[in-house]
Design a protein around this ligand. Structure first.
Ligand code: SF4
Ligand code: MG
Length: 304
């Protein structure tokens, strides 16, 4: 884990290829806020995630005009509206392929994909697998509240068995999926978990995830205070803990063991690996992605 924001800022300038200029005026969190005020319920965990994303972008001094935030559908997918970057609020479950399309069309852009547990692991459940195995250089932040909030409270793929909600008044009998285990198995090269209330750690995880040259996945425990009466702040307070000191983030098996822990929600960097990145592979094999915008213009002319 990186130590402090000063180190993060230094790290960002070390040839990571992120969208900032060396002589750029340092930016603050406020520089990434749009004029739109979030309309999440008071106390929703997503406020904390938004603030940590502002902080992570500021720590890297990313150029808002070179940054794109893509979402699907759900409460958390309102996210791009609150960012002073480019944004795309897409179709349910399709944030990941849209974000990848943006990155492949123009790899010089920083792409942040955001969404919820239902959007990412039910409706769009097949997409993270392929983004991870391709190792596309985007950062995917999933705000996991273990429920569908926007549609007013149905169990989601991360709701544990026994969870009660409008769609399961007697308690769901389905097993929950474990997003961290999935992403580790899919081959994601940066896998982390944060908690909406642990702002400093989450800010660092976001910044380091963006800095990582490959597919970064960050699960954020983000309570839905309105519809989830089980996974509350009190519930997480008793169960959230930092990863054990000495955990080696290059040890995939140990990362899986810790991700599989059911009594404790460990937070921090579970796993990081260095593997060839997708768009670099395209360029290396002669399929320059820089040709894509020209191609799009030709297609638009052809069909307009
Ligand atoms: Fe947040 Fe839940 Fe309200 Fe949606 S319904 S804004 S997830 S608290
Ligand atoms: Mg949800």
């Amino acid at each position: 884990m990186s130590g402090g924001m000063g180190e993060l800022c230094r790290s960002a300038s070390e040839g990571s290829g992120i969208a900032t200029a060396p002589d750029a005026v340092p930016r603050k969190s406020a520089d990434y806020k749009s004029q739109l005020k979030p309309i999440w319920c008071p106390g929703c965990g997503d406020y904390g995630v938004l603030n940590s994303v502002y902080g992570g972008l500021a720590a890297l001094n990313l150029d808002p005009d070179r940054t794109v935030v893509v979402s699907g559908i759900g409460c958390s997918s309102r996210f791009p509206g609150f960012m002073r970057t480019y944004g795309f609020h897409g179709a349910h479950g399709r944030a990941v392929p849209v974000g990848i399309g943006v990155k492949v069309a123009n790899p010089s852009l920083e792409v942040l994909i955001v969404g919820g547990d239902g959007d990412g692991f039910s409706i769009g459940g097949n997409h993270p697998a392929h983004a991870a195995r391709r190792n596309v250089n985007v950062t995917y932040v999933v705000m996991d509240n273990q429920i569908y909030g926007l549609t007013k409270g149905q169990v989601s793929p991360t709701s544990p068995p026994g969870s009660k909600a409008k769609s399961a008044p007697y308690g769901t009998v389905e097993a929950a999926i474990n997003p961290l285990l999935l992403m580790l198995a899919y081959g994601a090269t940066y896998v982390a978990r944060g908690y909406a209330s642990q702002a400093k750690q989450l800010t660092e995880l976001v910044a380091n995830g963006i800095r990582h040259q490959g597919f970064s996945f960050i699960q954020v425990l983000s309570p839905c205070v309105t519809f989830n009466k089980t996974a509350t702040y009190d519930y997480f307070k008793e169960r959230v803990a930092l990863l054990p000191e000495g955990h080696d983030p290059h040890d995939l098996v140990d990362a899986m063991r810790l991700a599989n822990e059911e009594e404790t929600f460990y937070t921090g960097l579970f796993f990081e690996a260095d593997r060839p990145e997708y768009t670099e592979g395209l360029v290396r094999t002669g399929r320059s992605t820089t040709a894509a915008p020209i191609e799009v213009e030709r297609l638009i002319r052809q069909y307009s």
